[in-house]
Write a protein that binds this ligand. Structure first.
Ligand SMILES: *Cc1c(COP(=O)(O)O)cnc(C)c1O
Length: 222
C-alpha cells in the first residue's frame, strides 16, 4: 500500500470531528510530501530538531505538531511556528513555552499530557496535579499559551478492555475539566489513539488521532 492509499483508508473510518495527525518522525521529507500531496496537512514529530529541519524544507501551510517529550531548552527553536504542542507535562515547561510565546509575539497552543497508562515509563501529569495547576494563580499569569485539552497514551497491551478503560478515564476528566475554562484554558481537543488503538480511541471520544506506522510503514528506530 502507498502512503496515499494508507491515508485514504484510515480517513474513511474517521468521524467529521476527528483530526488526523500524521506522525512522520524518523521518515524523510519526501514521505511527508507524498502525504501532503494526498491532502494531509497536519504532521507530528517527536524531536524538535527534526521538526525544524522538515519545517524549513516543506510547504509552509503544513501544521506542525510536537508530540514528543519536551526539553525546555529546545522550545525556542520551534516557538515561532509550532501549531500545537501535545506533550506538556510540567509547569516548568509550560512557563518556558509561555516565555518563548511572548518573545515571538504569539499564543502557543498546548495540550497537557496526562498519565493514564499503568507503566511507569510514560510521562505525564496525574489528574490531581492538573486540577492544582488549573486552580493556581501561577497558571493565570501565563498569557502567551492556550491549553486546548489533553493528550494521553494507553498501556501497551493486547487487552482492549484496559486500553478502553484508560481512554474513558481521560475523556471523563476532559469533560469534568470544562469547569476550569478561562482565557488560557479552552478544552476542546482530546489527543488519544495511535496506529494500534485508534479505533477504540474514536469510540471513546478522541478528537485527535496520532498515526505513524499505519501511514508511513514501520520505523527503523524510535
Ligand atoms: C510515535 C508516536 C505515535 C505514532 O505511533 P504509531 O504506533 O506509529 O502510530 C503517536 N504518539 C506518540 C506520542 C508517538 O511518539
Amino acid at each position: 500500500m502507498s502512503i496515499k492509499n494508507n491515508l485514504h483508508s484510515i480517513l474513511q473510518s474517521f468521524p467529521d470531528n476527528v483530526q488526523l495527525v500524521a506522525v512522520s518522525k524518523t521518515k524523510p521529507a519526501s514521505d511527508v510530501l507524498e502525504a501532503y500531496n494526498a491532502g494531509q496537512r497536519i504532521f507530528g514529530e517527536n524531536k524538535i530538531q527534526e521538526m525544524v529541519e522538515k519545517y524549513e524544507q516543506l510547504p509552509k501551510d503544513i501544521q506542525w505538531h510536537m508530540i514528543g517529550h519536551l526539553q525546555s531548552n529546545k522550545v525556542k527553536y520551534m516557538a515561532g511556528f509550532v501549531n500545537l504542542i501535545h506533550g506538556v507535562d510540567s509547569f516548568k515547561t509550560l512557563k518556558e513555552i509561555n516565555k518563548q510565546g511572548l518573545k515571538n509575539n504569539r499564543i502557543i497552543n498546548c495540550l497537557l499530557q496526562l498519565k493514564i497508562a499503568k507503566e511507569d515509563t510514560k510521562f505525564g501529569f496525574s489528574f490531581t496535579e492538573v486540577d492544582q495547576l488549573l486552580e493556581s494563580t501561577a497558571f493565570e499569569s501565563l498569557k502567551n499559551i492556550q491549553i486546548l485539552g489533553f493528550m494521553g497514551m494507553a498501556t501497551f497491551t493486547n487487552d482492549e478492555n484496559i486500553v478502553r478503560e484508560e481512554f474513558r478515564s481521560l475523556k471523563n476528566y476532559f469533560e469534568a475539566s470544562k469547569k476550569y475554562s478561562s482565557f488560557n484554558f479552552n478544552p476542546t481537543q482530546l489527543s488519544m489513539g495511535m496506529s494500534d488503538d485508534y479505533k477504540i480511541a474514536i469510540e471513546e471520544g478522541s478528537t485527535m488521532i496520532r498515526i505513524g506506522s499505519a501511514i508511513f510503514g514501520n520505523r527503523n528506530y524510535i
